[in-house]
Design a protein. Structure first.
Length: 191
């Protein structure tokens, strides 16, 4: 059920992006990122902290103006818990971006997204998953790599709100959060 909701959120976000870009097919793009997570935790009592981990994400979107982009994204974050076990998060987002200096060699950007995320914890006496509202904030720097591809290096802060994991004495109620640094590639379609 949770995976179905996650897929529905991503499809809805992609459909919104597709509708917005229908008049300008040359402004479509696809993108992917890979990177490292740090300071991943579930803010509960007790707090569950994780070691540095991995993030992989992909998305499709469109430029609404030279400076504004709208995008659907699916992200996966994984880290080993400090006390053993795994902490995994899968989230679908609808992101908005503002690109500074869109025609320059160096193109700083900021972005924010909202969506739905699932958090799974296996360790410390808990083997459970839950889902909730997800949001993220992003900032980075893009640079053209040749005639079409655009390289990116970025930072993001991701949160999934109000997850409830486990039962009884080992129950955890709190927000999942993580920081990440990524490198990625954005590829315009139809240009």
């Amino acid at each position: 059920m949770k995976l179905t909701s996650l897929a529905a959120t991503l499809l809805s976000a992609t459909a919104l992006t597709a509708g917005a870009a229908a008049a300008q097919p040359s402004d479509w793009y696809v993108r992917g990122d890979i990177g490292g997570t740090f300071q991943a935790e579930i803010d509960a009592s007790p707090t569950v902290e994780a070691d540095d981990g991995l993030i992989v994400s992909g998305g499709a979107g469109a430029h609404l103006t030279p400076n504004i982009r709208l995008e659907g994204e699916l992200a996966y974050l994984q880290a080993d818990g400090d006390g053993g076990g795994d902490l995994k998060t899968t989230a679908a987002f609808l992101n908005g971006y503002y690109d500074f200096n869109p025609d320059g060699v160096w193109r700083p950007y900021v972005g924010a997204g909202v969506g739905y995320g699932s958090v799974e914890l296996d360790g410390g006496g808990v083997d459970d998953d839950d889902a909730g509202l997800a949001y993220q904030f992003k900032a980075g720097l893009a640079r053209p790599l040749g005639q079409r591809a655009i390289g990116e290096i970025g930072y993001r802060y991701v949160t999934v709100s109000e997850v409830e994991l486990g039962a009884g004495a080992s129950r955890l109620d709190g927000d999942f959060s993580s920081h990440a640094v990524t490198v990625g590639l954005r590829y315009p379609l139809g240009r």
